[in-house]
Design a protein around this ligand. Structure first.
Ligand code: PMP
Ligand code: GLN
Length: 381
């Protein structure tokens, strides 16, 4: 393993999901739904496979039907216009989009400012691109970004800001005021912004505001999203980028040599999914809000301090009420103690003290599974 990747071992999601399987525990760690998305979308994928749509290499940037559906979705939900031919790129999940963006946009030594805790691929992708990450800590209980610290963190080496809202793992959703301050800073220092909006449809309080819609941001923002979260098909790995043509062309150059193209038949199905009626998106959100409250109440009753998320399908808790402060040790012992798996937020931090006592649980599970998990967690006290 080269020096750039030496600090990255097995991702926490693989480690904790393997632990769940090995111990037969309820897996509230890795964020994937235990119920598949809409049946009609699955049928659309089967139809595409059967009819030979996408069984051979699809076009590199994505099939035209999907690129048009992505552009229409951006217009319909965000009021943003993108040209499907030059300003949309289909990727192998948001994960590839993040990697391709870092590889395409960074020079070795460029600084990337990102809020921690961050989704684990950010640090690895910045490292693979030879960039230098500059983390700014989001602190409990509300995880609001420190905008003065952000301003102070910008140096002549800063190339881009890597944002994520709604934010995994804290569930924080950036407000219009915060986004405006970030946008003003990006314009002032001529920075690019890569914004990971995979949870754009999972906002329970407030609203999702796309950074690209703010003044001066349309042409300096690379927006990333994914069908995995919105349509509950995380295994299909269909993601996308929308940005100004020169930025999409740059990211496409890197993508060509990572995967060349993304899997064909699923693209046809997701093109249909993006055109589902508003009622689909509304009920996804309503259902998950209810699950958030179910799990949140249960975690509180079990003795956790709960940091209420405004979005995503994760809840960050604190384990200090149990007299414990090492989230990693707590999560490794949890299956043995009560048959539940969770994720320690500490692994999403560079600062070893930040997030030390924070543990993330996902609520994208069936109600009976959440009830069962809460019952087990109550044994902790
Ligand atoms: N970004 C964030 C914040 C995530 O939580 C995830 C989780 N899957 C991803 C990106 C990756 O998305 P995908 O599965 O589409 O690659
Ligand atoms: N995004 C999901 C999570 O944060 C799963 C990601 C993964 O397994 N790489 O749990």
């Amino acid at each position: 393993l080269n020096r750039r990747l030496a600090e990255f071992g097995t991702t926490i999601f693989a480690e904790m999901s393997a632990l769940a399987v090995r111990t037969g525990s309820i897996n509230l760690g890795q964020g994937f739904p235990d119920t598949d998305g809409p049946e009609e979308i699955r049928e659309a994928a089967v139809r595409a496979l059967r009819d030979g749509h996408g069984n051979q290499y699809p076009p590199g940037p994505g099939i035209p039907e999907l690129r048009t559906a992505i552009a229409d979705h951006q217009q319909r939900f965000r009021g943003l216009a993108f040209d499907p031919d030059t300003e949309v790129l289909v990727t192998a999940g948001a994960t590839e989009a993040i990697a391709a963006a870092m590889l395409a946009l960074l020079e070795p030594g460029d600084e990337v400012i990102a809020f921690e805790p961050y989704y684990d691929s950010y640090a690895a992708c910045i490292a693979m691109a030879g960039g230098v990450r500059v983390p700014l800590t989001l602190r409990a209980p509300d995880f609001r970004p420190d905008l003065d610290a952000l301003r102070d963190a910008v140096t002549p080496r800063t190339r881009l800001l890597l944002l994520n809202s709604p934010h995994n793992p804290t569930g924080m959703v950036l407000t219009r005021e915060e986004l405006s301050a970030i946008a003003a800073l990006a314009v002032e220092h001529d920075l690019l912004v890569v914004t990971d909006e995979v949870y754009e449809h999972l906002v329970f309080e407030g609203e999702h505001i796309p950074l690209a819609s703010l003044p001066g941001m349309r042409d300096r923002t690379v927006s990333i999203s994914s069908a995995g979260k919105t349509f509950s098909y995380t295994g299909w790995k269909v993601g996308w980028v929308t940005a100004a043509a020169p930025l999409v062309a740059a990211v496409r150059t890197a993508k060509q040599f990572l995967t060349y193209v993304s899997a064909g038949p699923f693209q046809y199905a997701i093109a249909e999914a993006l055109r589902l009626p508003d009622s689909y998106f509304d009920s996804l959100r309503t259902d998950l809000r209810r699950k958030r409250d179910l799990l949140g109440d249960g975690l509180r009753a079990a003795g956790f301090e709960v940091h209420q998320p405004q979005g995503t399908y994760f809840i960050t808790t604190d384990i200090t009420p149990f007299g414990e402060k090492d989230a990693y040790a707590f999560c490794r012992a949890l299956p043995e103690r009560c048959g539940v798996v969770a994720i320690p937020n500490s692994v999403f931090h560079d600062d070893p003290d930040a997030g030390r006592s924070q543990v993330r649980f996902t609520f994208c599970k069936r109600d009976d599974v959440l009830h069962d998990a809460v019952g087990r967690l109550r044994r902790l006290t």
